[in-house]
Design a protein around this ligand. Structure first.
Ligand code: TTP
Ligand code: MG
Length: 381
């Protein structure tokens, strides 16, 4: 046993990660009996194949057609038509009801908070929470005189899933492990309606056969990099020592070295803060029409500013714009202000200034048409 795994198993933490199943689509299915059992896609309007946004999410039936989050909506339409030709039911495409999703999310977080005092909401449908056998961290002792440990954590998570099912008519998947990393990977193992427990002794055995892509932080690029070197699963990746990993990937190589051995000391951070407030728009037609694009940007700034005003934040310090060209190349440009700002004027001026170079040789030498623009405020206080 290596020093590191000793540290891991002696650490004694029990962390759970909850992730709702096909969240937005499941809510739509729940609230609209007509949709029961059908493939459902929430996202942009497909416009019979000419729509230009992306899929927010799809339920599991629709995923069987290849439709999933971030797939262009036109592609999703094609998949659905193909299924139809094969005699399968066509997918139902729906606009999102984002306010409602936010409210459901809030109620689910409240349920989780009844069972653990240390909860980190990690996204609209995800939370980490601490179930370590320490009285100050969880209330489960009051839920019966249970001994603590992984078995107790499992019981608690069953109850959480039950309560969500009963009150919200939705299913969640939960992973339990000795740290956030393992809990997160575990929650994804038996979706939907899953419950997966990996205790400290099982961590390395659990990780070894998994595709390297299951490790948070390994995206398509890192995956390709390693696949080209014959590395596909975590076990393969373990053949590199720490120095080799760092040589290949820099500091991130060192982090990854730990991760694939199941080592993760990160704490549950209780405050959930929107890190940014942003809006974007895909145009119906790719364009370089200066006036049109600036008007759209101005309108996006107004939307962002409205949301900023509704939030608890008082100021922002960074303005970031996104520009996607017709060939899908996407550029983000940011400006951090010398001091925090809180007006629409500054937001509009800054985003306009960032947008200018996209109309000349500085950011757009080939004069490529623009497909999407977006703007967001960051570093909020
Ligand atoms: P996820 O938890 O990633 O997806 P999911 O809940 O739909 O499905 P799964 O069962 O695999 O967990 O994201 C939660 C919600 O966030 C999702 O329902 C819709 C939204 N979302 C987007 O709008 N765009 C995206 O690219 C992703 C990944 C999610
Ligand atoms: Mg989810």
């Amino acid at each position: 046993m290596s020093l590191d795994s000793t540290k891991l198993s002696n650490d004694g933490r029990i962390i759970a990660h909850l992730d709702m199943d096909a969240f937005f689509a499941a809510i739509e299915e729940r609230d609209n009996p007509r949709l029961k059992g059908r493939p459902i896609v929430v996202g942009a309007d497909p416009m019979e194949g000419h729509g230009r946004g992306v899929v927010s999410t799809a339920n599991y039936k629709a995923r069987e057609y290849g439709i999933r989050s971030a797939v262009p909506i036109s592609k999703a339409w094609e998949f659905s038509q193909k299924a139809k030709r094969e005699g399968k039911p066509e997918a139902v495409f729906l606009d999102g009801h984002y306010k409602k999703y936010g409210e459901v999310s809030g109620r689910i977080m409240e349920i989780v908070r009844k069972y653990s005092k240390t909860v980190e909401q990690a996204s609209v449908d995800e939370a980490y929470f601490d179930l370590s056998p320490r009285a100050e961290l969880s209330e489960y002792r009051e839920l019966g005189s249970r001994p603590g440990g992984f078995d107790t954590a499992k019981e608690i998570c069953r109850e959480i899933k039950e309560e969500i099912k009963e009150k919200e008519k939705l299913t969640a998947s939960i992973g339990i492990g000795p740290n956030k990393l393992i809990a997160k990977i575990a929650s994804d193992m038996q979706k939907p309606d899953g419950l997966t427990i990996i205790n400290s002794d099982e961590v390395e055995e659990f990780l070894e056969p998994l595709s390297i892509r299951k490790i948070p932080g390994i995206g398509p690029k890192t995956e390709q990099f390693f696949n080209a070197r014959g590395i596909r699963i975590v076990r393969d990746l373990k053949k590199y020592n720490l120095a080799e990993m760092e040589e290949m990937l820099g500091k991130w190589g060192g982090d990854l070295y730990d991760k694939i051995r199941g080592i993760d000391d990160s704490e549950i951070t209780e405050e959930y803060e929107a890190k940014s407030i942003g809006e974007q728009e895909t145009f119906q037609v790719d364009t370089l029409d200066f006036k049109f694009i600036f008007e759209r940007m101005e309108s996006l700034c107004q939307d962002v500013f409205r949301r900023f005003k509704e939030s608890d934040f008082k100021s922002y310090k960074t303005v970031t714009i996104t520009v996607r060209f017709s060939g899908f190349e996407t550029k983000n440009r940011s400006h951090t202000l010398p001091k925090p700002a809180n007006t629409l004027k500054i937001l509009t001026v800054e985003s306009t200034r960032l947008l200018m170079p996209f109309f000349d040789s500085r950011e757009n030498p080939k004069r490529e048409l623009i497909r999407l623009v977006g703007v967001r405020v960051e570093k909020m206080k």
